[in-house]
Design a protein around this ligand. Structure first.
Ligand code: ZN
Length: 159
């Protein structure tokens, strides 16, 4: 089921999401609906507050297949990288954001198993962007050179 993506100005995007204590069918359904919504947008990542659910859940697919991350936490940041970002909750805009170049994230998968994800490039960028959403932080809080997104259908990187 495709969910409605909340846009900037909706107070839910500024609230802190709660940890998921029980990963049950309701949570798994939310995760699969979020993946469907993300692919339809299209985007490379989506956080639960973007669909109005204040739980610590993000989904990501930067081209290596879907990742469902409950209670994700960044346990290590390395280096610095500045890159362009957009957000499905702020349609039509983009900005430059400085983030860690490489991150290590731990999370629970859809069966409640601990997983560990490490990466640089687009994965590092998407993980940091999505985890910020869980704390009510939008990329525009950190970005400079914010302006209309360049139209480039080959480079859909909104999350
Ligand atoms: Zn976003």
């Amino acid at each position: 089921m495709i969910l409605k993506i909340r846009t900037e100005g909706d107070p839910v995007l500024r609230m802190k999401a709660k940890p998921v204590t029980q990963i049950d069918d309701t949570m798994r359904k939310l995760a699969s609906d979020m993946l469907e919504t993300m692919y339809a947008a299209p985007g490379v990542g989506l956080a639960a507050p973007q669909v109005g659910e204040l739980v610590r859940l993000v989904v990501i697919d930067v081209g290596d297949g879907p990742e469902v991350l409950f209670n994700p936490e960044i346990v290590s940041f390395t280096g610095e990288a500045v890159d362009v970002e957009g957000c499905l909750s702020i349609p039509g805009m983009q900005g430059m954001v400085k983030r860690a170049a490489h991150v290590v994230v731990t999370a629970d998968d859809r069966y409640g198993r601990k997983i560990r994800l490490a990466g640089g490039g687009m994965l590092a960028k998407a993980l940091q962007h999505e985890i910020d959403h869980l704390d009510g932080i939008l990329y525009v809080d950190k970005a400079y050179d914010i302006g209309p997104a360049e139209v480039d259908e080959d480079e859909q990187e909104e999350s």
